[in-house]
Design a protein around this ligand. Sequence first.
Ligand SMILES: NC(=O)c1ccc[n+]([C@@H]2O[C@H](COP(=O)([O-])OP(=O)(O)OC[C@H]3O[C@@H](n4cnc5c(N)ncnc54)[C@H](OP(=O)(O)O)[C@@H]3O)[C@@H](O)[C@H]2O)c1
Length: 227
Amino acid sequence: MKIGVLGTGMVGQAIGGKLAEMGHDVIIGTRDVPNTMARTEPNPNGIPAFSVWQKQNPGVKLGTFADAAKHGEIVINATNGTGSIVALDLAGETNLNDKILVDIAIPLDFSKGMPPILSVCNTDSLGEQIQRAFPKVKVVKTLNTVTASLMVNPRQLADGEHHLFVCGNNAEAKAQIINLLANWFGWKHIIDLGDISNARGTEMYLPIWLRLWGTLGTGIFNVKIVK
Ligand SMILES: NC(=O)c1ccc[n+]([C@@H]2O[C@H](COP(=O)([O-])OP(=O)(O)OC[C@H]3O[C@@H](n4cnc5c(N)ncnc54)[C@H](OP(=O)(O)O)[C@@H]3O)[C@@H](O)[C@H]2O)c1
């Protein structure tokens, strides 16, 4: 498939790299291609600069957000949550309309220090803001409750016996993504929470995710739902 991945960070790298490795035709999108290629230092969290990472992943192309969105039969939003609407505006409504947008972003605001706060919560969510801003796009919120390497390799933990959530307004789009997450990455257990307003819950899971990360000393963990 042709996949457009918006975002050059660890999530864009994990998803874009894995899909390219599987033979998909991937363009990763950024704000400014020359500027992104000129960066060589890791980010403050030690994530390699895109230009360095791309040397190990030469099958992944870099373009603007618009190039990636136009290219993708499916588009993945792996941009910083505080910049997602801007990034999607740059991607262009006409390049996104009628396509599935897999939204992984979380509206974390680090501007007031640690721990970060959610810039939108309780009565709204980033997923809903995106769906309202782009009404013809089929937004499917998923993967945002696990760390990047687990997104693309869930079986590295407890042989995949843990859960992922999806939500969105379009039933067919959700069914297609549930199927692709199983086929692409090997997800065994995916719970459909309902419409896009359920992004409130999966985004508001982040404060406890961050606390567990600090306490456990690893991001390789997930929830398992038992009843
Ligand atoms: N890291 C994880 O394991 C993880 C897990 C679950 C969910 N998430 C969520 O997934 C998303 C991606 O996370 P990440 O750690 O890979 O990368 P990130 O550093 O949060 O985001 C990097 C991307 O966001 C773009 N960006 C940043 N500020 C922007 C702005 N003001 N306007 C437009 N674009 C902007 C950057 O553009 P340039 O390329 O131009 O610099 C870059 O492509 C985030 O929303 C994060 O909360 C992350």
